[in-house]
Design a protein around this ligand. Structure first.
Ligand code: FPP
Ligand code: MG
Ligand code: MG
Length: 372
């Protein structure tokens, strides 16, 4: 990892925390039924990236150093206007970017037990969505191993995902925080809304669709729901559990939203640029599924002929793939991801300097550089 301004690997501050994470997740997933136990734990035993728990832990540490807030009057929940495209596209971080007060670096800033549990819950929800996703996408591999649907069949994969959501809900209820419960429950609904938007996108029955501004807005809204919602609402929840002031809660949300959008844009780019062997899951899967993601949408914007291929849902995938590669769709996708990453960085600029803040900024760099 790149050295941080304070000379230590910024992700080291959560390394210790992460060691407990997998064990705790296994505990949350224990079932008396041996087969259910095996299927539910299957993806948690492979090498995940743990992006979401890492972000929750880093946000918990980074915001522990900010001023605290009296929560006797509940904060307004304004996050579910997330269905409107303008909410996703507008950057609404209201906090003035004053220069950060330098606080003594506290490498072992403790994470609250509730925040640690939140980190585990985010990974449970994410993994449950992957179990269902691989069934929906008819995928054959995940994390360099056969996907759960291949290993155990669709029925068990779907049921194990449901079981995980159940256990995540129990853990969430035990946090005894209605605002955080509402946020994470909304995430689950958003994941399904995002998948439905994607289905509708593929099921377009127009033979010659035309590219318009709404095409990209629809894609970004879908991207928010399927990826950025979980990341942003969990970084927000981490700040809420830490009793942070409203501007810090808003900054945590804005950081997660922008980083989450960038994360999925990069994911959609890697589907075109990296081999399946390197990804640990099938490459080129989106065109095969008839999905128009950012690289193709940018190519289509510049080459209206692509509309015919979109109308046929890429029956000739080779043609669509070549046209995307020949266009600057990949570069424009990367540039869009960079814009969101810059917004994520700006959102937390006013946080006091700390190893954890450096870790959050380091995650921004890693999202842009990652190849899997
Ligand atoms: C991966 O996307 C999938 C998601 C980010 C979310 C999938 C959500 C569902 C299937 C809805 C059900 C949700 C729950 C909580 C059970 P991808 O297919 O683009 O990426 P991939 O290349 O990793 O498969
Ligand atoms: Mg999918
Ligand atoms: Mg998939």
């Amino acid at each position: 990892a790149a050295p941080s301004p304070i000379g230590i690997d910024p992700l080291q501050s959560v390394a210790k925390e992460l060691k407990f994470l997998t064990g705790n997740i296994q505990q949350l997933l224990g079932s008396g039924h041996p087969m259910l136990d095996t299927v539910a734990k299957y993806y948690t035993q492979s090498e995940g990236k743990y992006v979401r728990p890492m972000l929750v832990l880093l946000m918990s540490q980074a915001t522990a150093l900010t001023l605290k807030h009296d929560r006797s009057t509940p904060q307004a929940l304004d996050v579910d206007s997330s269905m409107s495209p303008s909410t996703v596209l507008a950057d609404s971080n209201p906090s003035p970017l004053t220069s950060p007060p330098v606080v003594e670096d506290t490498a072992d800033t403790s994470v609250l037990p509730s925040q640690r549990r939140l980190a585990e819950i985010t990974e449970l929800i994410h993994t449950a969505s992957l179990l269902h996703d691989d069934v929906i996408d008819n995928s054959i591999s995940r994390r360099s191993a056969p996907s759960a649907n291949i290993q155990f069949g669709n029925k068990m994969a779907v049921l194990a995902g449901d079981f995980m959501l159940g256990r995540a809900s129990v853990a969430l209820a035990r946090l005894r925080d209605p605002e955080v419960t509402e946020l994470l429950a909304t995430v689950i609904a958003n994941l399904i809304e995002g998948e439905f938007m994607q289905l509708k996108n593929t099921a377009s029955d127009e033979k010659h669709p035309t590219y318009s501004q709404e095409t990209m807005e629809y894609y970004l809204q879908k991207t928010y729901l399927k990826s950025a919602s979980l990341i942003s609402k969990s970084t927000r929840a981490a700040a809420i559990l830490g009793n942070c002031s409203p501007d810090v809660v808003e900054a945590a949300y804005s950081y997660g939203k922008n980083l989450g959008l960038a994360f999925q844009l990069v994911d959609d780019m890697l589907d075109y640029t990296v081999s399946g062997a390197e990804l640990g899951k099938p490459a080129g899967a989106d065109l095969e599924l008839g999905l128009a993601t950012a690289p193709l949408l940018f190519a289509w914007k510049d080459n209206k002929e692509l509309g015919t291929l979109v109308g046929r849902r890429f029956a000739e995938q080779g043609d669509a793939h070549d046209l995307v590669i020949q266009s600057n769709g990949i570069e424009q996708t990367r540039a869009m991801a960079e814009d969101y990453i810059n917004k994520a960085r700006e959102a937390i600029a006013f946080f006091p300097e700390s190893q954890a803040k450096a870790g959050l900024l380091d995650m921004c760099t890693k999202v842009l550089q990652r190849r899997k």
